[in-house]
Design a protein around this ligand. Structure first.
Ligand code: ADP
Ligand code: MG
Length: 428
């Protein structure tokens, strides 16, 4: 793929209190599943607009309300994580109006994922509770599984070296002088995982992992040419996925209580959760030791609600905050579309908001960015859902495919045709 920006859409299912309404957004059947009535994934969506007008958009991936967290994770996050473990930075951005499923997608319904989820013997276990776990806890679980596997397999190489008197180098075994043995005391593969959790409210940054009074201390961004650093932000070292989750949950608690103290809601701020992965690989050969250090960052952003501010009630400070919040989302949209255009010369307005300044090191270049546009299927949210799809549409570089409008009737016809083909196949 020419670009490293992907845009996916996720339509959440109807919530219990919304039953009875008909979805205004449909995921259209893809080429691979034209006969399937129950569409879980596809590439295009159609949204019924006002006055019987409908709009169709094509994305890298679209998930219907039938898609679960495991499907979304496997399809979108697993490839990002493997790039990240190779040393790329990655960012996922959950975008959409309040109530559209951003937090559900990022973390899951309950901020505190149950500790059982991380137990090794539960890895493939499917229960309603585990199935609802969001992409961030899943990523944390996989990061530790993969890094531990790498560490264990590298140390077993050393163990076998110690058994014999040589080191495997390619196909030959090279004798190692006894004096070099001390070198082997160093671990051939080591890693450190750290977390950072920042909240951006208007243009104020808060450090949600900081303890004590420094939590209210304002964090300043220091820019360099291709990255930016949140000066003084806590980087918490964590040694298991479960420990990481405890740390994030504590941060979330600070977010909620802080929001109340500020007379704000957490849906009005951006949550930036970052996993920093440092890996050191050492290889030994006749000439000595070669060290490779890799450092990568995987950001998970639960963006502020994208709904239009209601001018009527917003005055003074509120209105200013609203403008600032929308500004962050607006600049983010501009940055992503400039990057998605693939035009090296086009100006990327990173500096126009704190959100994009903070993400500078993870947006663009070789870094992988995924936007998950979350939308509600409910008729009362139709206008916001259309706005959301338009925003996501602007952020991507792929052109809208000419989508065939499939109505239920022709879908049934297709389904029957499929059955005929299948039955005819059996007769041969
Ligand atoms: P947001 O963070 O965008 O404001 P939430 O993630 O809190 O929205 O979702 C709103 C409600 O919808 C929550 O009760 C959440 O559990 C539910 N929800 C969202 N997406 C899904 C989904 N894909 N499957 C089941 N429930 C969902
Ligand atoms: Mg939320």
């Amino acid at each position: 793929m020419a670009t490293n920006i992907q845009v996916a859409v996720r339509i959440r299912p109807f919530l219990p209190f919304e039953t009875g309404s008909k979805s205004v957004i449909d995921v259209l059947p893809g080429e691979d599943d034209p006969h399937d009535e129950k569409i879980v994934q596809g590439r295009s969506v159609r949204i019924a607009g006002s006055s019987r007008k409908s709009h169709a958009f094509t994305f890298d991936r679209c998930f219907s309300g039938l898609a679960d967290q495991v499907e979304l994770y496997n399809s979108l996050i697993v490839p990002l994580l493997s790039s990240c473990l190779e040393g790329y930075n990655a960012t996922t951005l959950a975008y959409g109006q309040t109530g559209a499923g951003k937090t559900y997608t990022t973390l899951g319904p309950s901020a505190a994922t149950s500790p059982d989820f991380f137990l090794p013997h539960n890895i493939n276990k499917r229960t309603a509770e585990f199935d609802a776990v969001g992409i961030l806890p899943r990523t944390l679980r996989d990061i530790f599984i993969q890094l531990e596997r790498k560490r264990l397999s590298s140390s077993s190489v050393i163990d076998s070296e110690n058994d014999s008197d040589g080191v495997e180098v390619g196909l030959q075994t090279v004798k190692q002088p006894k004096s070099n043995r001390a070198e082997n005391e160093k671990k051939p593969f080591e890693y450190t995982v750290k977390l950072q959790f920042l909240e951006l409210y208007g243009e104020d940054i808060r450090d949600l992992l900081s303890t004590g009074s420094s939590q209210t201390k304002k964090i300043v961004i220091r820019d360099s040419s291709d990255d930016a650093e949140a000066m003084g932000a806590t980087e918490q070292v964590v040694s298991t996925a479960q420990e990481a989750m405890v740390c994030l949950t504590r941060g979330m608690l600070h977010r909620v209580t802080g929001a109340t103290a500020m007379n704000a809601e957490s849906s009005r701020s951006h949550a930036i959760m970052s996993v920093i992965i440092e890996q050191t690989s050492r290889t030994y050969d006749g000439d000595g030791e070669a060290v490779v250090n890799r450092k990568s960052k995987f950001n998970f952003i639960d963006l502020a609600g994208a709904e239009r501010q209601k001018r009527t009630n917003a005055k003074g400070q509120r209105l200013k905050e609203g403008i600032n919040i929308n500004k962050g989302l607006l600049v983010l949209g501009n940055v992503i579309s400039a990057l998605a255009s693939g035009d090296k010369k086009s100006f990327v307005p990173f500096r126009d908001s704190k959100l994009t300044r903070l993400l500078r090191g993870s947006l663009g270049g070789n870094h992988k960015t995924l936007m998950i546009a979350c939308a509600s299927p409910a008729p009362k949210n139709a206008e916001e859902s259309l706005n959301c799809l338009r925003y996501a549409n602007r952020a991507k570089q792929i052109k809208n495919l000419a989508v065939v409008n499939v109505d239920p009737h022709s879908r049934l016809v297709n389904q029957l045709r499929g059955q005929v083909t299948a039955l005819a196949g059996e007769l041969l």
